[in-house]
Design a protein around this ligand. Structure first.
Ligand code: C2O
Ligand code: CU
Ligand code: CU
Length: 488
């Protein structure tokens, strides 16, 4: 049976044959239908957590994970899991070289961890699933913010088999690393953290069903900084730097701003060497971040939607047949602001150089083999389901490697490695290999269905590192493995 047919039959078998549509252009039948969220408020600024450290170059704060209530609906509060009672979690702002001490206070009724997604911190500070924090316990993550790491990151729970549910219930936040030497420090910035919810009747977060566990929790309503379709007011002509984070479990966005071009200046691991653009759209997969520079229209009192255009290569378009809106940029009636220039050089960014070794990672789909979630099928890495006690690949500190990541399944998977940023080399489809269009530091790469993505990577610290699909339902349901980084 052809792979696509195989997965279609699995979805059909879950009793949701109505979604098994192969026509990419059909109107959605599968968007979340639940209660209608409050919408159209002014874009909220993410609130930063206060630094309570006494010393210079130190940052210390506590993140309490616990139950809380959020006003998403007009009449009833939604019970969620929150960091410090906030949705999304508080913004953490660090500086390169800071000693960070971040205490997780687990007031949930289950194990959790905090993972500092994208930051190269030691294994034992990485919040990996083998290192759970029990209910009622506290755990201080203690690390030095790596040199050269200025950029946009996020933090989220990473407990064994429960990452998807905890993120879906509200646990995630943005983390920004700053550096004194920032080529765009003259450009005002805004952080846009995209999360998603799906509410059941009565306003509670709805649990994952079999489709979610199979293709990811795609059928959710998108929020920016915790608000539905917020309005971001800017002076006509103003130039801004937007840090955009995709903290959804499984959604691929082709981001586009009506009537505007975007200049891409940064990715997961911070600024590019040079700006890329103007672009009409940018693909941002699950867990990925981009930094873009936007110069608003000089027309006063005009509205432009920031949109998540449908990513057509996702599995059968489940839950995302349609283009969707994220927010509205509204120009004010203020005087026209002068545009700000983007420097042609942003920072030095060197290729990782000649690889000394090669590794291979292959994604395949299997029926009904990994049953902890009730999914009807699972995606495996190199033929095996995740086992926290097994080493899957081995490398040594400092060794530059190419990894060929082969996607032999019928849907795209965003591939993530802990412990380092890496570089995209090429994307291949059969004999056609397309080199990466520009050099960038990334920690997550979208591997389209049927394609092979080649990356160059190097681990700077010893220890066990997770690598996995960042569709959180896949990660929880087998699609994860361990890289053992040995001292050189
Ligand atoms: Cu966002 Cu294993 O991580
Ligand atoms: Cu990570
Ligand atoms: Cu996946």
């Amino acid at each position: 049976m052809k792979r696509r047919r195989f997965l279609e039959s699995i979805v059909a078998g879950t009793g949701v044959a109505a979604f098994g549509c192969t026509d990419d252009h059909r109107t959605p039948a599968s968007m979340p239908s639940g209660p209608r969220l409050l919408e159209g408020e002014r874009l909220r600024e993410l609130e930063a957590v206060a630094n309570v450290a006494a010393g210079a170059r130190e940052f210390s704060a506590t993140l309490r994970a616990g139950a809380g209530e959020v006003a998403l609906l007009p009449d009833v509060a939604t019970r969620m899991s929150l960091y410090n009672g906030m949705y999304p979690g508080p913004l953490i702002e660090l500086r390169e070289g800071d000693r960070a001490r971040l205490t997780l206070d687990n007031a949930l009724s289950e194990d959790t961890t905090i993972h500092w997604h994208g930051l190269a911190v030691p294994e034992e500070q990485d919040g990996n699933p083998m290192d759970p924090v029990r209910p009622g316990e506290r755990r201080t993550y203690d690390f030095t913010v790596p040199a050269g790491s200025a950029g946009t990151y996020w933090y989220h729970p990473h407990p064994h088999n429960r990452t998807a549910a905890q993120v879906a219930s509200g646990l995630a936040g943005a983390l920004i690393v700053r550096d004194d030497d920032d080529a765009l420090s003259h450009v005002p910035e805004v952080t846009l953290l995209i999360t998603a919810v799906r509410l059941a009747a009565g306003g509670a977060i709805s649990p994952n069903d079999a489709i979610d566990w199979t293709v990811g929790r795609q059928r959710e309503t998108l929020l920016v900084n915790g608000g539905r379709l917020p309005v971001h007011a800017v002076a006509p002509g103003a130039t801004q730097r937007w840090r955009i984070l995709n903290a959804t479990s499984s959604r691929h966005f082709r981001l586009a701003l009506e009537g505007h071009a975007l200049t891409l200046v940064g990715t997961d691991g911070g600024l590019l060497g040079a700006p890329v653009g103007p672009l009409t759209e940018i693909l941002v997969g699950p867990a990925q971040r981009v930094e873009v520079v936007v110069t608003a229209s000089r027309t006063p009192n005009a509205r432009f939607r920031l949109r998540a255009l449908r990513y057509t290569a996702d599995f059968l378009g489940l839950g995302s047949y349609a283009d969707e809106d994220l927010l509205t940029m509204a120009t004010t009636t203020d005087p026209v602001a002068p545009p700000l220039a983007v420097p042609t050089r942003l920072r030095p960014l060197a290729d990782l150089g000649t690889p000394e070794a090669q590794q291979r990672v292959r994604f395949e789909e299997f029926g009904n083999l990994c049953t902890s979630t009730g999914a009807t099928s699972a995606f495996f890495i190199n033929g095996r389901p995740f086992d926290p006690s097994r080493i899957d690949l081995v490398t040594t500190v400092g060794r530059v490697e190419t990894w060929d990541v082969v996607n032999a399944t019928s849907m795209a998977h965003p591939f993530h490695i802990h412990g380092t940023q890496f570089q995209l080399v090429s994307t291949g489809s059969g004999a056609v290999v397309t080199p990466a269009p520009y050099l960038a530091w990334i920690d997550t790469v979208v591997v389209p269905a049927g394609r092979t993505v080649t990356i160059k990577t190097r681990q700077a610290l010893p220890g066990r590192r997770m690598f996995h699909c960042h569709i959180l339902e896949h990660e929880d349901n087998c699609m994860m493995a361990i890289l053992d980084v040995r001292p050189s």
